[in-house]
Design a protein around this ligand. Structure first.
Ligand SMILES: [Zn+2]
Length: 163
């Protein structure tokens, strides 16, 4: 029985682990993302906290862009919390803080598959910092930064030197 329970969890998590492994790092996926922190707390379905607030400073150069946290319910099957989408959206919108709460969509245990959801709660605050690298590259490629500096002296304020 022990073997089987472990099997169901492992069976679900194995392809997930592979998906993480195959994904690019955060730096590769989001060139302008300079640092990422995730502060999180887990709650059980009744809203009772399961752990102290944890602050995780993510190494964006090593950590993969498919970004997930394991559910803290040891019996949970098919759940866990995936922050990949929220992080991609935050970067696209250039947000610096994103707060949110996700309810685990897995099954509470092997015996409740298709009947009772896990419903563990993952509450997190994601902090993002951006570097200039991406912007500088974009400017250099399109010639935008050159145009902009060239247009500065020609704008109003310089005409009276001629008189
Ligand atoms: Zn769960």
């Amino acid at each position: 029985m022990q073997q089987k329970r472990f099997g169901a969890r492992a069976e679900y998590r194995e392809p997930e682990r592979q998906r993480v492994k195959d994904s690019p790092t955060l730096t590769e996926a989001f060139q302008k993302l300079k640092s990422l922190t995730v502060e999180f707390e887990h709650y059980d379905p009744a809203g009772t906290t399961r752990n102290n607030r944890v602050k995780y400073e993510v190494n964006v150069q090593n950590v993969k862009s498919v970004f997930r946290f394991d559910c803290t319910n040891p019996e949970c099957i098919g759940g866990d919390f995936d922050l990949t989408g929220p992080i991609a959206e935050a970067v696209a919108a250039h947000k610096e803080v994103v707060q949110g709460e996700v309810v685990c969509k897995g099954w509470r245990s092997r015996t409740t598959i298709n009947t009772v959801h896990c419903n563990s709660i993952f509450r997190r605050t994601v902090g993002l910092r951006y570097g200039a690298l991406g912007l500088r590259l974009a400017g250099r490629q399109s010639g935008l930064s050159a145009d902009r500096t060239a247009s500065f002296p020609s704008s109003r304020g310089r005409l009276r030197t001629s008189g």
